[in-house]
Design a protein. Structure first.
Length: 189
């Protein structure tokens, strides 16, 4: 998606170790217009999968998941990283590595909001190794839900996440494909 790629070129910052900083427009400060355009594009690409819920991870996936859900007319469920006191005692929980924090992070969803009859579209900010998205897949599967699609704003194709998720047999869509970050950000256009 040209608008997203242009913004990454202009405002994205490479921090080393495969980390691309996009928090000035995706997650710490959100460009609502850009996220709306991304959500509209995801909705166009996933309109035929008949999802009933959009699932994402706290915090970075919330903006693109919310705008995608808005354009599809669906609710969003986001996996929390800490369990609030308002959540039931019995929860769906898994661990996933945090690339930016360098630690394992809990992903927690209340079974009140993710059930066995759901058709789940996962939307996240990045697809790199696929580890976080696999964590979201495990949560949905634990609830008995069916994964029907996966979308990422930015895919680092050199980290192999798409191949790791391929056994799911669902459509995987990314709006910006990065094939290298060795000598600057090289897009696969």
């Amino acid at each position: 998606m040209k608008e997203l790629i242009d913004r990454i070129r202009r405002d994205g910052k490479m921090l080393g170790n495969g980390i691309l900083k996009v928090d000035s427009f995706v997650n710490h400060q959100v460009d609502a217009g850009l996220m709306d355009a991304c959500g509209r594009e995801f909705a166009r690409r996933f309109k035929g999968i008949h999802a009933t819920k959009v699932l994402t991870a706290e915090i970075s996936g919330i903006a693109p998941a919310l705008t995608t859900a808005l354009h599809l007319g669906l609710p969003v469920v986001y996996a929390r990283k800490t369990k609030p006191i308002t959540m039931p005692d019995t929860v769906l929980l898994t661990l996933a590595p945090s690339h930016t924090k360098g630690v394992m992070t809990e992903l927690i969803v209340s079974p009140e909001y993710l059930g066995k009859d759901e058709r789940v579209l996962i939307i996240d900010d990045f697809l790199a190794s696929g580890a976080t998205i696999w964590g979201l897949v495990r949560l949905a599967q634990a609830a008995g839900a069916t994964i029907v699609g996966i979308g990422a704003l930015i895919e680092k194709t050199f980290e192999g996440g798409r191949a790791a998720l391929a056994p799911l047999g669902v459509p995987i869509e990314s709006l910006a494909l990065i094939k290298s970050m060795d000598d600057g950000i090289i897009f696969d256009e």
